[in-house]
Write a protein of this length. Structure first.
Length: 153
């Protein structure tokens, strides 16, 4: 078995269309994907006199998030976003609050045998740029609940 470096650009990221038997839509044309497995982590201090001046603590909550970045892309005839991005933006809508704010994503690298699946909330990032820039596009996906897995078919 050979150990290989993994290209960040090879990540496969898909968002569920929200149906009971979901169609998974690839989130297109990303330039940066960062997974933060320490987001929303909470610890509690357990230091006491018997700790002899050394900090002690325990993790009480785990969390994770994913930052997506790319350039804004739209169909030049219709103004429509690519399907995966359109679904992400739909999940960021003003009407997506409470239970309706939760959707699912799955992601993996090509050599992974399992998808990692998150139920998460979706927050649209700032869009724009400077004088000689292409408009930016991005979103933050914040995991809610435990990660599940599914075999790659």
């Amino acid at each position: 078995m050979t150990q290989r470096r993994i290209n960040a650009r090879d990540i496969v990221l898909q968002v569920s269309d929200g149906n009971v038997s979901p169609t998974w839509l690839t989130v297109e044309n990303l330039t940066n994907v960062n997974v933060n497995l320490g987001e929303n982590e909470e610890t509690t201090e357990t230091t006491d006199f018997d700790s002899e001046g050394v900090y002690e603590g325990e993790i009480m909550q785990r969390g994770a998030s994913m930052e997506l970045e790319g350039q804004l892309m739209k169909d030049d005839a219709t103004g429509a976003l690519p399907p995966g991005r359109a679904r992400v933006e739909a999940m960021c809508g003003e009407d997506k609050v409470g239970y309706d704010s939760l959707g699912q994503i799955r992601f993996r690298h090509p050599m992974d045998a399992q998808w990692r699946i998150w139920t998460c909330t979706f927050t649209l990032a700032e869009q724009g740029g400077g004088n000689n820039d292409k408009s930016s596009w991005g979103a933050t996906l914040t995991k809610s609940g435990a990660t599940t897995t599914a075999a790659v078919a």
